[in-house]
Design a binder for this molecule. Structure first.
Ligand SMILES: *Cc1c(COP(=O)(O)O)cnc(C)c1O
Length: 460
């Protein structure tokens, strides 16, 4: 792996002293000169790097295999490939994408427990061996068309405390595991370990502890049957921004102690994970433009007072991206998106209850049911932070509304850091390497005046 392919990706270097936020400002200024005020994204690839350093520091024992479905942009995948992560692919197309960027097959896990036969054959033909399963039927398909697969048994978890549960659809219950392992043995297949996914938006870190303990039981079963169990895959669900109830480092402290207890360092088990949102959510900022507006007067409010009528109205803003586009995360990922203002409001400026709507003709296309904003005009901009996960990846062009352009940027120090990691690997976090101070040399400090504080720099 080298960074040549990444350097061919379409990204621009930030001039010294400029941040991704300045590019937001610059693009807004450019398009404000015209009526062509399309929604757009700015993606800071340096933020993906900061996440990687943060991961390495918080989970030094765990190798990340980025879940491609979260955001399959070539620039993101290439950045991660250069940083040396592995990849969780769920389909032939995702495998193709990752392999086309030169990623070795050993760095891919085909982590979809329910695969189409032709795609299992594709994986087999392209050397992808690690794959998950959670049923007998899957084992029979694999035995038929990929007999040198290295299988990972996906177990169900208690995801009752997750925002997006997954264990209804995937994961074998503990009591089914012995039977599945016996079936694998009978079919002459190789099982190398256990995986799980606690669901996304996990609100209780103990869910990971329970799942790691369960995995430990399944390791014992597998070893009794003669399998060499040496891979634990702790899945995804790690928050991608710092505005969640449960913070990344709060989860990783719990995971590390569960790993020490059930899979101590010297037990010979390699630990991987499948983070998706963690790596990309905060790298993307979406900027939308107000294309229409309605003022709804509240009939009930008595207007005898000389009040300029600030609390007697609700404003409806229509913007040029919605739930059929980038904001599909509201429907599919239960995301809550709130805008920040582009223009700093005056200190005494009145605010109103507002709703924000997408551009399509569907009544479902609502981004924010209720928030407070000043009286904005058609042509004004709204900024949405943390828009990298499950946004562009699943957006449609329903009703003829095109996907926003994405401007990828990276600072030169970030680029040098990626190149260094690509050629020399990550330093052990214990070594006080200058690399880990990287975030301070290209923080997210902004010269843009944002009324709501942008998310703080990720301190590694
Ligand atoms: C979606 C998915 C992930 C990534 O989940 P995040 O919440 O984005 O971290 C990881 N593993 C599997 C199997 C998935 O389906």
């Amino acid at each position: 792996m080298n960074t040549t392919a990444l350097s061919k990706c379409d990204f621009s270097f930030l001039e010294e002293g400029f941040s991704a936020r300045d590019i937001v400002e610059q693009k807004i200024n450019e398009s404000s000169l015209t009526d062509d005020r399309d929604a757009f994204y700015v993606c800071d690839l340096g933020d993906v790097l900061r996440k990687h350093l943060r991961w390495a520091r918080a989970l030094p024992r765990v190798t990340p295999f980025y879940a491609v479905k979260c955001n399959d942009s070539q620039a993101v995948v290439m950045t991660l490939a250069s940083l040396g992560t592995g990849f969780d692919c769920a389909s032939k197309t995702e495998i193709q994408l990752v392999q086309s960027l030169g990623v070795d097959q050993s760095r891919i896990i085909y982590a979809n427990p329910c695969k189409q036969v032709s795609q299992i054959k594709y994986a087999s033909a392209h050397g992808v061996q690690m794959m998950t399963f959670d049923s007998e039927v899957e084992l029979m398909k694999v035995a038929r068309c990929h007999d040198d697969a290295k299988l990972v048994l996906r177990i169900a978890t208690d995801d009752s405390k997750a925002v997006c549960p997954l264990s209804v659809k995937f994961g074998a219950p503990l009591k089914a595991c012995r039977g599945l392992l016996e079936k694998a043995k009978e079919l002459g297949l190789d099982v190398i370990g256990v995986s799980f996914h606690v669901g996304s938006g996990c609100t209780d870190a103990e869910t990971y502890t329970k799942a790691i303990a369960d995995a430990c039981c399944v390791f014992d079963m597998g070893r009794e049957l003669g399998f060499t169990m040496d891979l634990l895959d702790i899945g995804g669900g790690f928050p991608g921004s710092d505005d969640t109830e449960l913070k990344f480092e709060e989860i990783t402290v719990v995971i590390n102690s569960a790993l020490d207890k059930y899979f101590p360092v010297d037990c010979g088990v390699r630990v991987i994970a499948e983070p998706g949102r963690f790596y990309v959510a905060s790298a993307y900022t979406l900027v939308v433009n107000i294309i229409a507006k309605k003022v709804i007067m509240d009939e009930d409010s008595s207007s005898d007072e000389e009040d300029e009528g600030t609390s007697d109205r609700t404003l409806m803003y229509y913007v040029n991206d919605g739930v059929y586009g980038s904001f599909n995360c509201i429907l599919y990922d239960h995301a809550h998106c709130l805008p920040t203002l582009h223009k700093k409001p005056k200190p005494d400026e009145s605010v109103y209850p507002c709703s924000i709507w997408g551009p399509t003709c569907d009544g479902l296309d609502r981004i924010v049911e209720l928030c407070t904003l000043p009286d904005l005009q058609v042509g004004d901009w709204l900024v949405f932070e943390n828009m990298g996960a499950y946004t562009v990846a699943a957006s449609s062009t329903f009703n003829g509304f095109q996907r926003p352009d994405i401007y990828y940027v990276m600072s030169r120090p970030a680029w040098q850091c990626v190149q260094q990691i690509c050629s020399e690997g990550l330093p052990a976090p214990a070594e006080e390497s200058a690399l880990f101070d990287f975030p301070s040399c290209c923080g997210r400090e902004s010269s843009l005046e944002m009324p709501t504080k942008p998310c703080p720099a990720n301190v590694v």
